[in-house]
Design a binder for this molecule. Structure first.
Ligand code: ZN
Length: 448
């Protein structure tokens, strides 16, 4: 940065009102080095000779920080362009000042660029600065902000964010320590306006774990945009700042109750009775948790305190073996339609209900009981008979297949046989009888 830029630029502007040639001649000593660069050795030429030589051309080179930015025909346009840029920057930041050293000198031979092109080059190259502040990490400037208080606010907010995150994560906690691991400093210094970021952006840059859009603090060079865009692909990076919080966290944890079973011969097998209701207990667990940038990285249990003991549930379980007894409620023994009901038929009496179903359809026990017959019996064909132990007996005739044998305990709905037409039967159907104390009843009265 050139601290005298303003006088220099002002001088340039004033002189531009006069003949640029005259201005040049008065300042030639200052630009002796530039002339040397362009091939003219000042010491070898008299002022007049130099002047004469300068008359040979009508081109001017714009030199920024010692490098030739380009060559133009109209040097006044350059001066007014710099002035316009300066006005714009000063309007945005009162104390804005040009950081570059800008000079205009005669040029020989190099083709000139258009004034508009030169204006773009100037706008892209020249940088204005303000007395701002940077946040430096381990002596390296990382972000630039417009003033010290903004930079300090960013640093303070890094810790504040962690405190807020802790409050979100834990109901009960004590902060043991809260530190920024890096050597973080706010330094007041001149910074380029183009490199300024707002507080939010600064914070994001400091804690980013994915590579953000790069914004160089140094200079906004002319050939940088391509490189900047390539960096937009996020890649995992180590954040610049590590805000480490160590906290003591107290959390309650449910201790599930246990269940104890006690055999009881007064209860039937499968029957259960709760003697004592179980109750969960509670432990208070105190841990030391380490968080970095709001993420838990370590957690150590320090102590566990039983706040409430769990109450063991006590359940009696029956051991008494039940005598199989039907419920008195019957389910349809097979899937089909009633092809012949209970009652007089062809001068006789049909003591059953016939349920037509296709060959092999499942037949199930209408109620729980014990199989008292499983085999072939006259007109019944293949027959199953079940005693339900409560006065009821059911019969399943004309079966194609018998699946349970005599003495088997069966449950209501259990598969016992398959539909067929064995014995005296026309077509596949189940002949189903219900007897109560040995007397046939209309099965349809029970199948509801
Ligand atoms: Zn029948």
């Amino acid at each position: 940065m050139n601290p005298h830029w303003k006088q220099q630029l002002t001088g340039l502007t004033d002189k531009s009102k006069q003949s640029i040639d005259n201005w040049w001649l008065q300042n030639k000593d200052k630009y002796a080095d530039l002339l040397a660069k362009t091939g003219v050795v000042p010491g070898m030429l008299s002022v007049l000779c130099l002047s004469a030589a300068l008359q040979l051309t009508n081109q001017w080179q714009v030199v920024v920080d010692g490098d030739v930015l380009g060559v133009v025909k109209d040097p006044k346009a350059v001066v007014s362009c710099v002035q316009e840029l300066d006005d714009a920057n000063c309007a945005a930041y009162e104390s804005a000042s040009l950081l570059n050293d800008v000079k205009i000198a005669r040029s020989y031979g190099t083709p000139a660029m258009q004034t508009a092109e030169m204006q773009l080059c100037l706008a892209d190259t020249l940088q204005w600065g303000i007395q701002g502040a940077v946040i430096a990490i381990n002596d390296r400037d990382v972000v630039a902000l417009k003033d010290v208080s903004c930079a300090q606010a960013v640093v303070a907010n890094l810790k504040q964010k962690t405190t807020e995150q802790l409050a979100r994560l834990y109901k009960k906690f004590n902060v043991i320590s809260l530190d920024i691991k890096e050597d973080l400093q706010v330094i007041e210094k001149p910074v380029a306006i183009a490199s300024l970021v707002d507080e939010q952006t600064a914070e994001a840059l400091l804690t980013a774990t994915k590579r953000p859009q790069q914004r160089s603090i140094a200079s906004r060079g002319t050939s940088r945009p391509a490189a900047t865009q390539a960096a937009a692909t996020p890649a995992a990076i180590e954040p610049l700042v590590h805000v480490e919080a160590k906290v003591e966290v107290s959390e309650t944890k449910t201790v599930p109750y246990e269940t104890e079973y006690v055999n009881d011969s007064s209860l039937y097998k499968g029957e259960k009775k709760t003697v004592t209701k179980g109750q969960n207990g509670t432990d208070e667990i105190t841990s030391e948790v380490t968080l970095v940038n709001g993420q838990v990285v370590d957690s150590q249990v320090k102590s566990t305190t039983r706040i409430q003991e769990p109450v063991t549930a006590v359940i009696k379980q029956g051991t008494k073996v039940a005598v199989v007894t039907g419920s008195g409620r019957f389910v349809w023994p097979t899937q089909g339609y009633v092809s012949s009901g209970y009652g007089p038929r062809w001068g006789s009496f049909h003591r059953a209900v016939d349920i037509a179903a296709s060959y092999g359809t499942a037949i199930v026990a209408a109620d729980s009981g014990v199989v008292t017959f499983s085999g072939t019996k006259g007109n019944y064909g293949r027959l199953i008979e079940i005693d339900h132990g409560n006065g009821y007996v059911t019969r399943y005739a004309h079966c194609s297949q018998l699946l349970v044998s005599k003495g088997t305990r069966v449950s209501r709905g259990q598969l016992i046989a398959k539909v067929g037409q064995t014995g005296y039967a026309k077509g596949n159907h189940l002949h189903f009888e219900v007897l109560y104390h040995g007397v046939n009843k209309n099965p349809l009265s029970y199948l509801r």
